[in-house]
Design a protein around this ligand. Structure first.
Ligand code: SF4
Length: 385
């Protein structure tokens, strides 16, 4: 039987004679690939539910299908998910998972319980080329985009732990990689995930990829948006985040001012507090001025130190963090301080790494910019500057 597929990725796999991975296909595309094989359209709904609601990892276990149909499907399809290679549990209950992907790359995801709520921090790329100077993932350098199967699998593996439940579950794309440089696979993954978790409980965090923000603005089922800001001016932001050279604050804030929000929805700005760098009262004032025209809330994150970041990258004293928060509040800005979680197992913000690869290490800012430009060029088109 010869099948033709409208999806180029699926068509390429079929042409190469590979068994197609069913995992990661959203509802409509799953129905399309199964259509030539099933006798009734509702069979694809049965497969969809088995995959994503029950987390079935073997076609043979889909006993709602006849034995004959399971055998026919197994000749053409496979359910392939990354293997959980290691788990590390923090004293505070945070759990970090290391996944090994089919090509040997590794990624990490973190499960953060908090009372009756639970937040899963998910990776979107294996590594990251954006080279933020405060981030261990960036220190290790660029990797590849994760497929939708690899994204969805992280959520399902963490979601389906026996001690856990889906009640109060939040997803944050704040793990390894820049999600808005992986829009196609992210969108497929979110098509699946938003059928189970409200999009209001899902947050995409970006370093400020302006074309990605503009693309996200056009999505119908948009998740919440968070922006890694970390400095109130271009000069210091560029030192922390080379991407600011490509998309300076003026362009970033202009894109955010056009971003559609629902009633009472606000943009979250993450602001890493680094001792003697961006933690002065004048910095809080500058931050308020910068964000004054946007519906914004600020999440302050005292830097999580790590040996690879160098001795000069330290968090401020807790009293200074609190003074910064109070100053923002006094000027009418909603600001919270993120609790440090999982730092004893290197699972805290900015600490996720790729342990079995040689680090790219610290590079000159020119080298960082070259690598970042090479990553951004094919994804985003010509420079805007
Ligand atoms: S902070 Fe995010 S965007 Fe920056 S290097 Fe780390 S993973 Fe990449």
């Amino acid at each position: 039987m010869t099948e033709s597929y409208s999806d180029p990725e699926i068509a390429a796999q079929a042409e190469n004679g590979q068994r197609l991975n069913l995992l990661g296909l959203p509802r409509r595309r799953l129905a399309e690939v199964l259509e030539p094989f099933v006798d009734k359209p509702y069979r694809s709904t049965q497969v969809y539910r088995a995959l994503y609601e029950r987390g079935v990892t073997d076609l043979a276990a889909m006993t709602e299908l006849s034995k004959d149909l399971r055998a026919r499907l197994a000749r053409r399809f496979v359910i392939r998910s990354p293997e959980v290679a290691a788990r590390h549990r923090s004293a505070d209950g945070t759990e970090k998972y290391l996944f090994r992907l089919a090509d040997g790359a590794t990624i990490e995801a973190v499960d953060i319980p908090d009372g009756r709520r639970r937040t899963l921090c998910i990776s979107s790329q294996a590594g990251c080329a954006l080279a933020c100077s405060f981030c261990v993932t960036g220190y290790w350098g660029g990797g590849r985009n994760l497929t939708s199967a690899e994204i969805v699998s992280q959520v399902m593996a963490l979601r389906d732990q026996p001690q856990a439940g889906t009640h109060g579950l939040n997803l944050v794309f704040m793990g390894m990689g820049e999600p808005l440089l992986n829009l196609d696979h992210l969108r497929d993954a979110l098509d699946i995930l938003t059928e189970q978790i409200s999009r209001r409980r899902i947050t995409i965090s970006t370093a400020g990829v302006v074309p990605g923000i503009e693309a996200l603005a056009r999505w119908r089922r948009r998740p919440r948006l968070a922006i890694s800001l970390h400095a109130p001016d271009d000069e210091r932001r560029e030192r922390l985040m080379p991407i600011n050279r490509r998309y300076p604050l003026r362009d970033l804030l202009a894109a955010l001012s056009r971003y559609p929000l629902e009633a009472r929805e606000r943009l979250t700005f993450e602001y890493l507090l680094i001792r003697d760098f961006n933690d002065a009262p004048a910095d809080a004032d500058a931050l308020v001025r910068l964000l004054s025209r946007l519906p914004a809330k600020i999440n302050l994150i005292p830097l999580n130190p790590d040996p690879v970041l160098g001795a000069d990258m330290r968090p401020p004293a807790p009293s200074r963090v609190e003074a910064f928060r109070r100053r923002l509040k006094a000027k009418g800005m909603t600001a919270t301080v993120r609790k440090r979680r999982g730092d004893d197992v290197s699972a805290a913000c900015g600490q996720l790494r790729v342990p079995d690869r040689e680090p790219r290490g610290r590079r000159s800012s020119a080298a960082q910019t070259r690598q970042m430009a090479a990553t951004l060029r094919p994804a985003l088109g010509p420079s805007r500057r």
